[in-house]
Write a protein that binds this ligand. Sequence first.
Ligand code: ATP
Length: 272
Amino acid sequence: MATEFKQIYQPICHQNIIELIDVSFAYQQKPVVEHINFGIQERDFVGLIGSNGAGKTTLLRMIVGLIKPDSGTIKLFGQPIGEFREWNRIGYVPQKNAFNPLFPATVREVVLSGLYGRGKLFRRITKADQLKCEEALHAMNIEDLSGKRIGQLSGGQQQRAFLARALINNPALLILDEPTVGIDVETQQGFFHLIKHMHQHHNITFLMVSHDMDMIRSYIGEEPKSECGKLKFFVKHSHDLEDCVETNLTHGLTGLRQLTAEEKVGVAGWKS
Ligand SMILES: Nc1ncnc2c1ncn2[C@@H]1O[C@H](COP(=O)(O)OP(=O)(O)OP(=O)(O)O)[C@@H](O)[C@H]1O
C-alpha cells in the first residue's frame, strides 16, 4: 500500500523544476560552462558552489533566459526554455554588484518592477499590484523604507528589497546569486534563517550560489550530489515524500513575516 501511495504521489512532489541537459556556453570562444547535466526538483534547495570564474553566474543567467546556451537543453517546469512564458513563477536576485547604486528608484518602485513581464517596462500599476507590493514589503519588514531611494539603504536592507522584488509574484522557484555578499555576519544569519523557513514552509524551490560553505554544510550537508567540471551542486529536499503529500505548506506571503517573527528569525539583523 505504501509503495502504491508513493507511486501515485511522486510526480506531484517531485515535479522537475529545472532540467539542464548537456548545457555548454562560451564567451568569445572561451568555454565557461561545459556539458552540465543536472536536475532540480520541487522543494529542493540547491547550493551551487564553485571557485571564482567557474561559471556559476553564467549558468544562472542561462536559466533565467538572459543568455542562450551554445548547445544543450534547458527546461523550466517541464517546458523547453524557448517555449517557457511563465516567468512570474521564477524570482531572481542577481549578484549585488549587478545593481547600480545611483539608480534613482525608490524601494517601492524596485519591488513593483518585479511584476513587470519581460519587455513590459511601463505598465499601469493596478490596485491589485499595489496590494502585492505591500504584502512583499510587509513580509520582508521594510514597509518603512518603501519611499527611500534604494541606493541610500544598507547592504542588508537592499537585499531585503531585492528579495521582496523577487517574491512579489509568489514564485515557485527562487534563484539567488550570492545573496549575502558584503553583508555583516549577523544579518547573513537572519537571511539564511529566513530562506530556510521559506524552503521548509512555503513550498519554494531554491537555487542559490554561495561562497559560504559553513551555511551550505550546516543546512545542505557535506557532500555534493553532483559535480560538473568546476561546479558542485549540493542538494537538500525539504520533506520526505509522505510529508509532501500530507501537509499543506502553501501559505501566502502575508503569513511569512508573522511566522518568521514568531521564530525570532533575523528581523533585527535585517534592519541594520
Ligand atoms: N560578459 C562577459 N564577457 C566575457 N567574459 C565573461 C563575461 N561574463 C563573465 N565572463 C567570464 O566568464 C567566466 C565565468 O564568469 P562567471 O561570472 O559566470 O563566474 P562565477 O563562477 O559566477 O564567478 P564569481 O564566483 O567570481 O562570481 C569568467 O572567466 C569571466 O571572466
